[in-house]
Write a protein that binds this ligand. Structure first.
Ligand code: UN1
Length: 508
């Protein structure tokens, strides 16, 4: 591990386990990062003080004045170099993601690949920040719109995708001419420092000013400084709905912008016309991948009554083959959940299922003994429930799958939509009418709706985000870049008259 950390330049020279965050001023109160893989303390990280924070803001504000004037394709070139740097460090960073967060090595590497992919996307985008031109109703007038950089973007990211979600925001923000201040989850501070170190080299090599990419560290209080600060033009926050509501309200009260990517309660509908050979693996990957800790994890399975027993049997069999253990060992499918608090949430969700009258088809179990010393390894479980149970309407960040039955597609869609969250959804069917109904205006109400693929594992090219309590924000691909810029409408009169719009006469 020491070797891995030093290959990512994380260990500071003077202190074996603590690391300074940046070169600005005093830091105190160390934040401890424990691995859920083996329960060991990996390193201690300095927390940002208010004094540090003020210096960071001043530095970022200065950097913005410079960066906004750099031509966008030139900004894209810097992001291209960042992609190269991440390619070079993919293996080490992927391992650290896996060790600090607990997801499988394949998924850790996949996360770094998402960074590389969004960099590539952003490079192309840097030449495509298009505005429209309009025909003016007045003679000898030209109208068009242009997109300008917004300012400082505050990025609050969650532990479950400790690096990819930051990059979706930061890479777009940079090509758009913004500067970024990143507040990673206090549960995964080291992967953030690793990313900062990787890009710092690129920034230095190109003589770019300090402040383009800032990292602040600490708990929610540090996040509150960002959220309440009028100098932060946009807050992009990923996390729980509870956190997002607090952030959204505070940012709105200062008339700032927020982009929220919050909880999901994602369902897969399995119709009687489904190809179960692809449906079952999609459900299992969606429900147990990342130990059920993706925003897009499959939490609910709504199965047609004609195939219900068959699906149930196949699922139980598939779950019986899952290997749970150290996520860095590629033999294992499921690693630990992030910490003991997550284990408690998992256990109490199972209790609530029973209290509400459901059955645990595969019951909850905390794994003990050798290789499970961290206390964070749990058995993925399946519960048979009614769609209206209170617990089924909540997002529990753990590998628990709720199974329910339906008769008609209308009913299945009604069940799927009848939760407070609206992130991701999917149907498995080979019937064209069913698939199209699911995707239509009377179908899924989620930001993401898929046919014959699962709810998780979205590509970076699409806009990512969801409706209702998921927060409404869109990140990553498509035209999500528009959230990171301000639109300006320009009208130019190249004639010698001053005609007014709407035909108004004003003679003087
Ligand atoms: C998240 O869980 O916050 O679609 C993001 C997926 C990933 C991103 C998930 N590409 O599962």
């Amino acid at each position: 591990m020491q070797e891995l950390l030093s290959s990512l330049n994380i260990l500071s020279q003077n202190n074996g386990t603590s690391t300074g965050l940046n070169s600005w001023g005093e830091t105190s109160n160390l934040l401890e990062s424990y691995s859920p893989v083996d329960g060991k303390l990996i390193a201690k990280v300095s927390q940002t003080t208010l004094d540090d924070y003020l210096k960071v803001i001043a530095t970022a504000s200065e950097a913005f004045k410079y960066w906004r004037n750099v031509p966008a394709p030139r900004r894209g070139e810097i992001v291209r170099q960042m992609a190269e740097a991440f390619r070079e460090h993919k293996s080490a960073l992927g391992q650290l993601v896996s060790y600090e967060m607990g997801k499988s090595l394949q998924e850790g590497l996949g996360e770094v690949q998402e960074i590389i992919d969004i960099c590539d996307f952003a490079v192309g985008l840097s030449r495509q920040l298009y505005g429209l031109s309009m025909h003016s109703e007045r003679p000898a007038h030209r109208m068009y719109e242009q997109w300008h950089p917004l300012g400082i973007v505050g990025i609050i990211s969650a532990f479950n995708f400790p690096v990819a979600v930051w990059s979706w925001n930061a890479m777009l923000a940079w090509v758009c001419g913004d500067v970024c201040i990143w507040k990673p989850s206090e549960k995964t501070p080291l992967t953030a420092i690793a990313c900062q170190n990787i890009i710092q080299k690129v920034l230095k090599n190109n003589n770019l000013p300090e402040g383009l990419s800032c990292l602040i560290s600490g708990d929610y209080k540090v996040g509150e400084w960002l959220v309440g600060d009028k100098k932060i033009a946009l807050i992009s926050a990923t996390g729980s709905t509870r956190m997002g509501k607090a952030v959204g309200e505070k940012v709105a009260s200062r008339m700032g912008r927020s982009l929220l990517e919050l909880g999901g309660n994602n369902a897969i509908i399995i119709s009687e016309h489904a190809d179960l050979n692809i449906a079952i693996p999609a459900v299992v990957f969606g429900a147990v991948g990342t130990a059920g800790q993706r925003c897009t994890s499959t939490r609910r399975l709504i199965v047609h009554e004609a195939v219900y027993e068959n699906v149930k049997e196949k699922l139980v069999k598939a779950y019986g083959q899952l290997k749970i253990g150290n996520p860095l060992d590629e033999q294992n499918h499921v690693g630990p959940v992030i910490d003991k608090k997550a284990v408690i949430a998992y256990v109490s969700a199972a209790h609530e299922v029973r209290e509400e009258g459901g059955t645990m088809l595969i019951p909850e179990k905390i794994l003990e003994g050798k290789a499970f010393e961290s206390g964070c390894y749990v058995n993925p479980c399946i519960a048979e429930v009614n769609a209206d149970f209170k617990i089924v309407k909540q997002e529990t960040f753990a590998p628990i799958l709720y199974l329910m039955k339906y008769k008609t597609l209308d009913e299945a869609i009604e069940i799927q939509n009848n939760v407070p969250q609206g992130l991701s959804s999917a149907i498995f069917t080979l019937n064209l009418r069913e698939a199209e109904q699911f995707l239509s205006a009377q179908g899924s109400d989620c930001g993401i709706a898929n046919v014959n693929i699962g709810t998780s594992g979205a590509e970076i090219g699409g806009a990512f985000g969801g409706e209702k309590e998921t927060g409404g924000g869109r990140e990553s691909g498509s035209d999500a870049w528009k959230s990171y810029m301000r639109r300006q409408t320009n009208t130019i009169n190249y004639g010698s008259q001053l005609p007014l719009a709407q035909g108004i006469k004003f003679d003087i």
